[in-house]
Ligand binder design. Structure first.
Ligand SMILES: [Zn+2]
Length: 196
């Protein structure tokens, strides 16, 4: 979680908590708060996700991220739904607050600017291509859909910020640059309220 090279001292008894202790870096926190790593889906999780989505979740495999308050934020889904329908979105954003904040950001047209930057910023373009490959590799490790299409417009366009935010929260910072950037843009609004 919070490893730094010089941290030879013993761990805090309670582990990293909410970061309320000491000043935080104003931008680009090392990691967004909350859990990381796949967790099995409990009956309670399933009920919460059903409420979040307004319908029972389909093809749910695992909880890939929890908001700091503990509710599911991102679920990992099967590449195929129960009826065999391909479902290429491996990480699905379920947190209602984050979903609506991302939708609002999308409505400002930021995706167009991001897509343009993919072509003009070689580092960004390369990192986004790596994110695409990583996404495909993770999905293919579960089941190959026989396609090079990942999700969210990768690797050439930015089409859905929900996909990228979900990817960043599930896999941690440094994997999906567009998801990381989107979380930075929302850092004043999330996690707060019932997500904090
Ligand atoms: Zn949340």
């Amino acid at each position: 979680m919070n490893e730094s090279p010089e941290s030879a001292e013993p761990r805090e008894p309670h582990g990293p908590q909410d970061g309320s202790r000491g000043p935080r870096e104003p931008r680009v926190p090392a990691e967004p708060p909350g859990s990381r790593g796949l967790e099995p889906v409990s009956e309670h999780d399933r009920a919460v996700v059903t409420e979040q989505l307004g319908r029972p979740p389909r093809g749910i495999r695992a909880i890939a991220y929890r908001c700091p308050s503990g509710h599911p934020g991102v679920v990992q889904t099967n590449p195929r739904l129960e009826d065999g329908t391909p479902f290429p979105t491996l990480y699905y954003l379920t947190c209602p607050r984050l979903c609506s904040l991302v939708s609002r950001l999308e409505s400002t047209g930021v995706m167009r600017e991001m897509t343009e930057r993919l072509a003009t910023d070689p580092d960004l373009g390369r990192a986004y291509l790596d994110a695409h490959r990583s996404y495909l590799a993770q999905r293919n490790a579960i089941e190959s859909l026989g396609t090079e299409v990942s999700a969210g417009g990768m690797p050439g366009r930015v089409k859905c910020l929900h996909v990228h935010v979900a990817h960043s929260l599930a896999c941690g910072p440094g994997i999906n640059p567009i998801g990381d950037e989107t979380l930075e843009l929302l850092a004043d609004s999330w996690p707060q309220g019932d997500c904090a």
